[in-house]
Design a protein around this ligand. Sequence first.
Ligand code: SF4
Ligand code: SF4
Length: 300
Amino acid sequence: MSEMGLIFDIKKYSINDGPGIRTTVFFQGCPLACQWCHNPESQPRKPVLMYRANRCVLCGECVDVCTQHSITINGTVKTDRATCEGCGTCAEVCFNGARELSGYQASVDQVMSEVLRDTPFYESSGGGVTFSGGEPLLQHRFLLDLLHACHEHGLHTVVDTSGFAAWDVLNSLREYVDLFLFDLKLMDEERHIRYAGVSNKLILSNLKQLAETGSAVYIRIPLIPGINDDEENLRRSAEFIRALPNITGVELMGYHDLAAAKYQALGLDYRLKELKAPGSEQLQSSASILERAGLQVKIS
Ligand code: SF4
Ligand code: SF4
């Protein structure tokens, strides 16, 4: 039997997750907790229930099927997340789509059968498969089996990562990864802990080792106004990147504020709800700082 893993989505015809047309496999679970995360449902390392009140017709079907007695209705539907086991039964009976479970078990064979359907698109566009998340390195055995399978079928592979994992883990995958998409968030360790939940020491050291050992790496900086768009952080980022072998550029990805509804559906407080997405002038001004420090910059 092939290795099983927890994923939350498989997206077809993706054009922003590496070269060409790609299928992106999203892994459930992430060791970071970035305040700006636009996929907060991917952070828990287990399936997690989402509830959208605007789709709920208060029919009560979900209450009756929950063996944990986690759901109550009294004018509105409430779910006790402390007792909810994430079994998903309530989502199955919710015909209005108000309840949805993020995260499901899938085998390597199941994922590959989905991935292989689009082989003609990969071949015609120079695309392939991207493993993203969440954090794919968190399920590295499952990831390795998927990478092996892709390799056997001659598919181009990308791993989209925060870089937060033991070096041995990254090193064990390198041979089967054609390109790493590597996120660089904040250079200051204390600020990284405050805004992303973990230290950046391991991340920076892994990025350095990946570049030094000859892996293809494409660095992306998510630009979050007021958090990492200050001149000092951008300059330090540029200095760090310029010291890496074989890397001359970076992609600047503007924060977007479309995730608020997801936080609400998860019963979480969205700490950045007042934050607006950066405009083109703001993005250009940040790009100029990186360019003046000697980097080629792509804005997305
Ligand atoms: S089954 Fe869905 S629509 Fe019905 S009460 Fe539950 S959440 Fe609302
Ligand atoms: S996911 Fe399962 S345990 Fe949680 S509320 Fe729904 S039925 Fe109950």
